[in-house]
Design a protein around this ligand. Structure first.
Ligand SMILES: *Cc1c(COP(=O)(O)O)cnc(C)c1O
Length: 371
């Protein structure tokens, strides 16, 4: 069994991908080809934002906006510790200082009450200037943007939505990648919308930010690539990847329906035995992951053992909170108790649109047998 089955998905799109790839092999505009522009336009329409700029990875899709905000070491950017490393790594790459915020144990997303606590703490200490927030749509459900927006406004902070896992989720009738001042997503193959290599995209409605992002992602270009007005990166989405994404985008909504069906089946069968993931009122999830909580770390070890006997892949997202990583050992962090507790309990089970009823049955029966 596959954790994310890219084989079964490829069967759905093989013809279309091959046709588009053949066209690219003919026109040979591997960088900046017409596929990239077509994809950027379709993504802008899908999400409902004015500008979409493709880039080389999800990490760059966070780093480039943070570079556009011209943050420096004395600027605090608030970010959850329970997320993929890149959410905080990008803050450092852009020159700022991450300040870690705890999560709501029900949604796994940033706790807006703790966000305000951490902002106040930073202000009281007086070493850093609160500058921005990286809000992560973890496991596919958008962050609590209602709460986060109010706090951002009160303290004058920008919001960068890390929608690497969120693409396809909604909140309040709006799609992920449209929240905050600017958003970044990842097209890493295992994400809800993935390509066949590395890729990412940046989304915003802000004219000035969009212009800056376009410049930064190609060597800080001005009028053209040889007129450099700032330090940038070489971070482009290429035509071959854009072609894959165009084909995948055309079946994405059908896949979302199937992902939701898989999640409902899991939840229905497991609710009496496990604390199942909760999708709050007003939200939908793209189900980037289906994540459960074991009773404790011993129970989680038992789950992994029993599942592996049946060749069912299980992943732990995330075993080490970022504030505990060696890379950030120099950063001071304050109380993150939910994060620390949750990281000892969580595990994620196979989640993709092509899981069969038999596979879902085997996964649930095996999980229930560990209780
Ligand atoms: C995957 C991921 C990223 C980074 O994306 P890459 O394309 O791998 O660089 C950033 N944030 C989150 C939450 C992610 O899951």
């Amino acid at each position: 069994m596959q954790f994310i089955d890219l084989h079964r998905q490829y069967d759905q799109i093989a013809g279309g991908v091959q046709k588009r790839w053949n066209k690219i092999l003919e026109h040979k505009a591997f960088i900046g080809g017409p596929e990239v522009k077509e994809l950027e336009e379709k993504l802008a329409e899908y999400v409902g934002v004015k500008y979409v700029i493709g880039c080389a990875s999800g990490t760059d899709a966070l780093t480039i906006p943070l570079m556009a905000y011209e943050i420096n070491k004395s600027d605090a950017v608030f970010v959850p510790s329970f997320t993929f490393f890149a959410s905080a790594e990008s803050i450092r790459l852009a020159g700022g200082t991450p300040v870690f915020v705890d999560i709501d144990p029900e949604t796994f997303n940033m706790d807006s009450v703790d966000l305000e606590k951490k902002i106040e703490h930073v202000i009281k200490e007086g070493n850093l200037n609160p500058k921005g927030i990286v809000a992560v749509d973890l496991f596919g459900m958008p962050a609590n943007f209602n709460g986060i927006r109010k706090i951002a406004k009160k303290y004058g902070l920008f919001i960068l939505e890390d929608a690497a896992q969120g693409f396809g989720g909604t909140y309040d009738g709006r799609k992920a990648c449209s929240f905050g001042d600017i958003a970044g997503t990842s097209f890493f193959p295992a994400k809800p919308l993935g390509c066949y290599g590395d890729g990412g995209a940046i989304f915003t409605n802000d004219d000035d930010l969009a212009e800056k992002i376009r410049s930064i992602h190609i060597h800080g270009q001005g009028k053209d690539k040889y007129n450099n007005i700032r330090i940038g990166l070489n971070s482009r989405l290429d035509s071959i990847q854009a072609a894959v994404l165009l084909e995948k985008l055309s079946i994405f909504d059908e896949e979302l329906v199937k992902r939701n069906e898989v999640a409902s089946q899991y939840s229905r069968r497991l609710a009496d035995y496990f604390e199942i993931p909760r999708v709050l009122n007003g939200y939908t999830s793209s189900w980037a992951q289906y994540t459960l909580k074991a009773e404790n770390s011993e129970h989680r070890d038992r789950v992994i053992r029993e599942m592996s006997k049946k060749s069912i892949p299980v992943m732990i997202y995330y075993p080490i909170p970022i504030h505990k990583s060696e890379a950030f050992s120099d950063i001071e962090s304050w109380e993150l108790s939910n994060t620390e507790e949750i990281s000892n309990k969580v595990f994620s089970i196979p989640m993709h649109p092509y899981l069969s009823d038999e596979e879902i049955g085997l996964i649930c029966d095996t999980l229930i047998s560990t209780k």
